[in-house]
Design a protein around this ligand. Structure first.
Ligand code: GDP
Length: 525
């Protein structure tokens, strides 16, 4: 198969949802179709139970699971599918944000009884920033659900994207009879006890008496009426508006019952984008360019604390990646080659000789990589990662064992490279502040510093509201601001100036007193 064919047949995506909406279940069903797993239950739920915030075994287990399920590749119908897993726990939202930089599209799972939930809204913001095409799967129709029109309104309003249903549910809960698939114009009947996949019944014309024969007069009348409304309200599906991230196609089904999943997958493969151009700081790189380029979007520490080996996840953006070939590590300005890059097929990790755009390659690493690092065939390119978001929680981190200050510094440095949390260094007194999305990260850091680096840390409270990255064309005012607010100024890990506002009020005051400075909650603008 030629290089271009290899690219065209790749689909690299992530499934995102609020915890419990059914992401793990859907992933598992997709893997079953791909023959990547053979029994249900093989995919471990990649989540930390809410009660387990202090259970470090649980965190360790989670880390193990998330290596195994970080990337799941399989072949289906001539396509090479790469599913990138994202942690469900909201304290690890940063991980998910970064993973979203490595995908070409996203499937969003929504619980049909709960509708759009908080975590989904947040993740959708990232998709919107990057113009990532999304498909929505409304799950759990076998349970009493909200009205489908209400659900669609909710998706449009909460996720700020237009929708176009491509399937339509017939009833829900105990009365759930199936879906009419508008994409292939077929009726799919639901039988809860039966997980055997039945082919759809082709019904191109809804006035076909076959419809009522299958689902009864009443349901047939209802669906005719509803679909008339659907076709009146929502514009025809066009793949371009989906690709442009303007419109999200919507499917209804029940992942647990493997209902609606195959149709979702088959439509997805047809309409979802193959590897797209990637934006580097210098230029846009087309996936079909021959020279290899890629970036690291995730780093995973080894489970074995005695070996400080890590696995860097490299997303191939262009060209063919080859084993034992020299590539430029752009930040270090040095060539490196890799003798044992791994690919993730099904549940197995195996050494590969080559990989194509859209693929994820695991590179064993002893500390050379940071999240966001770019590898190329020689060009000095820097892929734009995702901006840093202001953390929600902040604490001073201090050394609790004076004999181990080197270990502590190294540990903090490496954990920040992995993206466990963000580090800010005060410009005023040099103290280090750790910023996180959730409280769990502080525990993870303390635990890992001790177990992997033999270092002891101690946290001290600091009262901060937000970290703000500064933008201004008015150099004078910016310098003036930095001087006056020195106490509140810090550097992020890239050496950028950050204003650590201690309250919303303080920020408001700064904004009104320094009109030529913009205060951003993200590091790229
Ligand atoms: P995640 O947190 O989004 O990964 O959600 P899971 O896939 O772990 O699912 C959460 C719970 O919902 C589990 O108990 C699933 O068995 C259940 N579930 C998932 N899909 C369905 C469905 O279609 N119908 C019903 N009734 N339950 C489902």
């Amino acid at each position: 198969m030629g290089f271009i064919d290899e690219i065209n047949r790749r689909r690299t995506f992530a499934i995102i949802s609020h915890p419990d909406a059914g992401k793990t279940t859907l992933t598992e069903k997709l893997l079953l179709f791909g023959g990547a797993i053979h029994v249900a239950g093989a995919v471990k739920s990649n989540k930390i139970k809410k009660t387990a915030t202090s259970d470090f075994m649980e965190i360790e287990k989670q880390r193990g699971i998330s290596v195994a399920t970080s990337v799941m590749g399989f072949e289906y119908d001539g396509y090479k599918v790469n599913i990138l897993d994202t942690p469900g726990h909201q304290d690890f939202a940063e991980d998910t944000f970064r993973t979203l930089t490595a995908v070409d599209s996203v499937i969003i799972v929504v619980d049909s009884a709960k509708g759009v939930e908080a975590q989904t809204r947040k993740l959708m913001e990232v998709c919107r920033m990057r113009n990532t095409p999304v498909i929505v799967f409304i799950n759990k129709l076998d349970r009493p659900s909200k009205d489908p029109f209400d659900l669609l309104d909710e998706v449009e309003e909460e996720l700020k994207i237009k929708v176009r249903p491509l399937s339509w549910p017939i009833g829900n809960g105990p009365q759930f009879k199936g879906v009419y698939n508008l994409f292939d114009e077929s009726l799919y009947l639901f039988e809860p006890s039966k997980q055997v996949l039945e082919d759809g019944i082709s019904i191109k014309d809804l006035n076909d008496p076959a419809l009522a024969e299958q689902i009864g007069d009443e349901s047939a009348d209802m669906i005719r009426e509803e679909l008339e409304l659907v076709n009146g309200v929502y514009p025809e599906f066009e793949s371009q508006t989906y690709m442009d991230a303007q419109v999200a196609p919507v499917f209804f089904g029940s992942a647990l019952n493997n209902f609606g999943v195959k149709e979702l997958l088959e439509c997805f493969l047809k309409i979802a984008p193959s590897p797209q151009p990637s934006q580097a700081e210098e230029r846009v790189v087309d996936a079909k360019e021959e020279k290899m380029t890629g970036f690291v979007f995730k780093i995973h520490a080894n489970m074995d604390p005695n070996h400080r080996n890590r696995l860097a996840f490299l997303k191939i953006c262009s060209g063919k990646f080859q084993r034992n070939t020299n590539y430029l590590h752009v930040r270090h300005g040095k060539n490196m080659k890799f003798s044992s890059p791994t690919a993730f097929m099904a549940e197995k990790k195996s050494i590969i000789d080559e990989a194509y755009p859209g693929d994820i390659v695991g590179i064993p690493d002893t500390g050379n990589f940071k999240i966001g690092d770019t590898l190329t065939s020689g060009e000095k390119l820097n892929y734009k990662g995702l901006p840093s978001f202001s953390p929600e929680l902040f604490r001073y981190i201090e050394n609790a064992d004076p004999m181990k200050s080197k270990q502590l510094a190294k540990g903090i440095d490496q954990l920040m490279d992995e993206g466990v949390a963000q580090l800010f260094t005060s410009q005023f007194n040099g103290r280090k502040v750790i910023g996180t999305v959730g409280a769990l990260q502080f525990e993870v850091i303390e635990y890992r510093l001790l177990h992997e680096y033999g270092a002891k840390c101690r946290y001290e409270p600091i009262n901060l509201y937000k970290a703000c990255w500064l933008e201004s064309n008015d150099k004078e005012q910016l310098e003036d601001f930095k001087k006056r607010k020195l106490q509140y100024m810090a550097k992020d890990k890239f050496g950028r100036d950050v204003f650590m506002a201690d309250s919303a009020y303080m920020l408001q005051m700064a904004e009104s007193n320094f009109k030529n400075i913009k205060f951003h909650f993200t590091s790229e603008f």
